[in-house]
Design a protein around this ligand. Structure first.
Ligand SMILES: Cc1ncc(COP(=O)(O)O)c(C=O)c1O
Length: 443
C-alpha cells in the first residue's frame, strides 16, 4: 500500500482527545494574588495551613452557597449546610460511593450511556465492577423507560434474594445506604454534550424516589455556556439553563420525600480555575452534605484541599469568579466551539460526518460528538489519525458505560472532539487533518 501523502510529514501533534483546559484560560495571576493574600494574612494563613473542618473551609462553603444560589436560582436559598467542600468531582464521587453505598445492598450503578469514562473506575473501586449498567441517552438525555424497567427487574431480583439490608456497612447516624446509584452529566454531557430536558429531570427524580436511588450528577460544565448561534448572545449567561437534579428534588411534588433527599450535585473548580487545584463542592440535603463530610478520609484531619479552598475563596466575594466566567471563559470557549463546529461543517460534513447539536439556542461544555459515515470505524480512524497526521482523537467506544469487553458497537462510529485544550487555529488544522484521514479511509 502506498503511504498516505502526509505520513512522512513531520507535523506537530494536535490533541483533540485531551479534556483539559488550555493553560492560557486559567487565571494564574489572580490565583497568585489570592495566594499572596492568604499567606500574608495570619488569620487566613493559619487555618489554610492546618487541618480544616470536615465539611470544608467555612467561608468558602458560605460563598459557594451564595454563588450557586445566584446562578441556579433554586426554590429556596442555598444554606452553607448544604455544601461540602471536596477534592473535585472525581475525588468526591469516590467519597459518595464510600459513604452512601453498600457493595451488596446497593444493587448496582446506572450510568447514562455514553458516559464520562473515568467515572467507571471509581465505581469499580467501590465494588461495582460488573454491576455497572448503561442507560441509553435519548433525545431528552436519558431513556427513562429503559431505566424504569431495569430498576423494576433489579428490585424483583433483590427481593427474591432477600437482599433487604446493608451487608457491609453498619448503620451510622450520618449516612443512609441507597439501593441504587444513578450517575449522569445532565448539562453539556461528557461526551455527547446533550442537555437533559426538564421533563426528564423531573421524571428521573420521581424514579429515584420510587426506587430509593441516589442521583449523582457531575454538574461540572454548567457555567460554561454560550449561544449556539455564532456571534449570538445568551439572554441570561449569568443563570443556569436548567435546574440541576438536586434543585428539582427540592421543589418537585412538594419537595424531598425524606430529610436525605435523592440527589447530590458534584461541582468542580477544575474547568473554571484549574484542575490542579483539585477543589470542588458537593451540594445536597444538609443530611447528605454532612454525611459526606464524615467519610473516613475527611474525618482523618478534615476536608480535602484546605489550602486551595482558602485561595479560591478570595475570588468569590469580590465577584472575580463570575466576571472571569462571563467575560473570559464563556467568550473564549464560545469562540473555540464555533471554530471547531465551523471547521467540521466545512470539511467533515461534506464527507458524510454527522454532528450532534444538543440545542439550537444554547451550547456549552468542552466537546463536540460526531458520527462517522459508515462503514468507517472510530477505532480505525483514531489509529490512522495518530499515524498519518499526528492527531489525537477519542473513539466513541471509550465512553461505553460498564466497559463491556469486547466493546459493543453502539458508539463504534463516533468520535469525541475536545475544543478546550488546543488553540483555535489548531482546532481548524486538526479538522483538516481528520478530513484527510477520512478521505484516505473512504477510498
Ligand atoms: C463529567 C466530568 N466529571 C468529572 C470530571 C473531573 O472533575 P475533577 O477534575 O473535579 O475531578 C470531568 C473532567 O473531565 C468530567 O468531564
Amino acid at each position: 500500500m502506498t503511504a498516505p501523502p502526509n505520513q512522512q510529514r513531520n507535523q506537530p501533534p494536535i490533541d483533540l482527545l485531551c479534556g483539559w483546559p488550555n493553560p492560557a484560560l486559567l487565571p494564574a495571576p489572580n490565583l497568585l494574588r489570592s495566594a499572596t493574600t492568604v499567606f500574608t494574612t495570619p488569620s487566613i494563613a493559619n487555618p489554610a495551613l492546618g487541618y480544616g473542618p470536615d465539611e470544608g473551609y467555612e467561608p468558602l462553603r458560605a460563598h459557594v452557597a451564595q454563588w450557586l444560589g445566584a446562578f441556579y436560582q433554586p426554590c429556596d436559598p442555598i444554606s452553607s449546610g448544604r455544601i461540602c467542600i471536596t477534592g473535585g468531582a472525581s475525588q468526591n464521587l469516590a467519597c459518595v460511593m464510600a459513604v452512601f453505598t453498600d457493595p451488596v445492598y446497593t444493587r448496582g450503578v446506572w450510568m447514562v450511556d455514553p458516559t464520562y469514562h473515568l467515572a467507571g473506575r471509581i465505581m469499580d473501586d467501590a465494588g461495582f465492577a460488573g454491576r455497572i449498567r448503561g442507560v441509553p441517552e435519548d433525545e431528552e438525555g436519558i431513556d427513562l423507560a429503559f431505566l424504569a424497567s431495569g430498576l423494576r427487574a433489579a428490585e424483583e431480583k433483590a427481593h427474591a434474594e432477600g437482599n433487604t439490608e446493608p451487608k457491609f456497612k453498619p448503620p451510622r447516624p450520618w449516612r443512609k445506604i441507597y439501593k441504587y446509584i444513578i450517575y449522569a452529566v445532565p448539562t453539556f454531557a461528557n461526551p455527547s454534550t446533550k442537555i437533559m430536558s426538564l421533563d426528564h429531570r423531573e421524571r428521573l427524580v420521581r424514579l429515584a424516589r420510587q426506587y430509593d436511588a441516589l442521583l449523582v450528577t457531575d454538574d461540572v460544565y454548567d457555567f460554561l455556556q454560550w449561544s449556539a448561534i455564532p456571534g449570538g448572545k445568551l439572554a441570561a449567561p449569568e443563570h443556569a439553563c436548567l435546574p440541576r437534579l438536586v434543585d428539582v428534588d427540592r421543589y418537585l411534588d412538594g419537595g424531598p420525600v425524606d430529610e436525605w433527599g435523592h440527589a447530590i450535585s458534584n461541582g468542580s473548580f477544575s474547568k473554571l480555575l484549574g484542575p490542579g487545584a483539585r477543589t470542588g463542592w458537593a451540594e445536597a440535603s444538609e443530611k447528605v452534605a454532612y454525611g459526606l463530610s464524615q467519610v473516613g478520609s475527611s474525618r482523618s484531619g478534615g476536608a480535602p484541599s484546605q489550602l486551595c479552598s482558602t485561595i479560591i475563596d478570595q475570588l468569590l466575594p469580590s465577584g472575580f469568579l463570575n466576571t472571569y466566567i462571563q467575560q473570559t471563559l464563556q467568550p473564549a470557549y464560545a469562540k473555540r466551539y464555533h471554530t471547531l463546529l465551523g471547521a467540521i461543517q466545512e470539511d467533515l460534513v461534506p464527507l458524510g460526518v454527522m454532528v450532534a447539536s444538543p440545542s439550537e439556542t444554547i451550547a456549552g461544555g468542552y466537546f463536540i460528538w460526531i458520527t462517522l459515515p459508515p462503514p468507517l470505524l472510530a477505532a480505525d480512524i483514531v489509529q490512522r489519525a495518530q499515524q498519518e497526521e499526528n492527531l489525537r482523537l477519542a473513539p466513541g467506544t471509550l465512553f461505553e458505560a460498564g466497559s463491556p469487553q469486547p466493546p459493543s458497537d453502539r458508539f463504534a462510529g463516533c468520535l469525541r472532539l475536545c475544543f478546550a485544550w488546543e488553540e483555535p487555529r489548531h482546532l481548524t488544522e486538526g479538522v483538516r487533518r481528520l478530513a484527510r484521514v477520512l478521505k484516505h479511509a473512504l477510498v
